[in-house]
Ligand binder design. Structure first.
Ligand SMILES: Cc1cc2nc3c(=O)[nH]c(=O)nc-3n(C[C@H](O)[C@H](O)[C@H](O)COP(=O)(O)O)c2cc1C
Length: 330
């Protein structure tokens, strides 16, 4: 049974990965309904938070039904990170997560995200100070290292644990790899196999089939799987993995009606949460996967992703429901 601080997250929990413009409250709620055990917000800038930037503070919203939820922050300046811990705490998450893995230039160039992998002492110092600054469990999400020649994740994880980090999620790529190549889970297993490690070690990167999740559990011996891209537009992935882990059998994919219903609710929740314009815009990236597999879908997909008004998107969904009624997904 894995525990993050005092929070019981079950046997081999499935975690929804933090994903910018994806892991928002509506999507997190859908993933939770389909079996995600822990969900994380997208990363939030500590500098934005302390300046009360509206874009950053809005990301702190959480729904009761999605708990346990972790709010992820990034930054490299001690004072800003500690002040953000206070701001984040006030919005009542269950977990505070530190992003030490984001590879994008504008983050890394400030020494934040994966940039911190060039200064492990600072990484440890920031984590220690944040742990001391809150009663909430603090978790870390990071990568294997800066590049192939500097993979010291076993030592890094142990040092983070020793300063009070409550769990660690490791993406099996280096910063230099960005998203290229295959994720390498071997170093993550080495972290887990370190006899001194006692906090949960969650694996991340390319868990894109139920079989891969089982492999992470049985062959790599990790404590849980963090799932990102496979869930975009497909919150059922969590349920499918759970079913497969429990029975060794694949469950039936969701029907067209279930997909339409989820897409409608997703869009409506997004509009309720962030308004018509952004709600319509940011739900677009999910539609390809919601309806993946339907032949000759391009024309319908275009309606979904080019309409600026929700009534047109809802109308497109009605049309899809009529036109493809009874379509059997495999
Ligand atoms: C669109 C997108 C946005 C992401 N945003 C974040 C983020 O805000 N914080 C973070 O720690 N990782 C972020 N990531 C990385 C994912 O959390 C995850 O580590 C990565 O996608 C590998 O897992 P996967 O193969 O299951 O997708 C993002 C990934 C994607 C695809």
């Amino acid at each position: 049974m894995a525990k993050i601080g005092d929070i019981d997250v079950g046997d081999f929990p499935l975690l929804l990965a933090p994903m910018e413009d994806v892991s928002d409250p509506p999507f997190r709620a859908l993933c939770k309904e389909q079996g995600a055990d822990v969900v994380y917000t997208e990363f939030i800038s500590s500098e934005g938070l302390i300046r009360d930037a509206a874009k950053s503070t809005m990301k702190l919203d959480i729904y009761e039904k999605e708990r346990p939820v972790g709010i992820q922050i990034f930054g490299a300046v001690m004072e800003s990170m500690l002040k953000s811990v206070e701001i984040v705490e006030a919005s009542g998450p269950d977990i505070i997560d530190i992003n030490f893995g984001c590879p994008v230039k504008k983050v890394v160039s400030k020494g934040a995200g994966a940039g911190i992998l060039k200064d492990i002492d600072l990484m440890v110092k920031l984590t220690e100070a944040m742990v001391k600054h809150t009663k909430l469990p603090v978790t870390v999400k990071t990568r294997l290292g800066w590049d192939h020649d500097s993979i010291r994740i076993v030592e890094v994880a142990e040092r983070l644990q020793d300063v009070g980090c409550a769990a660690i999620s490791i993406h099996g790529r280096t910063r230099a790899q960005m998203y290229k190549g295959d994720a390498n889970w071997h170093p993550i297993a080495e972290v887990k196999n370190n006899p001194r490690m006692h906090i949960p070690v969650f694996g991340n990167g390319d868990v894109n089939t139920p079989e891969r999740a089982v492999e992470m559990r049985d062959q790599y011996g990790l404590d849980g799987a963090m799932i990102g891209r496979a869930s975009i537009g497909y919150p059922w992935f969590f349920k499918e993995v759970k079913h497969y882990m429990a029975t060794g059998e694949k469950c039936k994919p969701p029907t067209l009606e279930e997909r339409i219903e989820a897409a409608r609710r997703h869009l409506q929740m997004s509009i309720d949460w962030k308004g018509e314009k952004l709600g319509v815009f940011e739900t677009r990236r999910h539609y390809t996967n919601y309806f993946r597999g339907i032949p000759h879908f391009k024309e319908y997909r275009m309606k979904l992703v080019t309409s600026d008004h929700s009534e047109d998107v809802f109308a497109a969904m009605d049309l899809i429901e009529r036109e493809f009624a009874g379509y059997e997904f495999t």
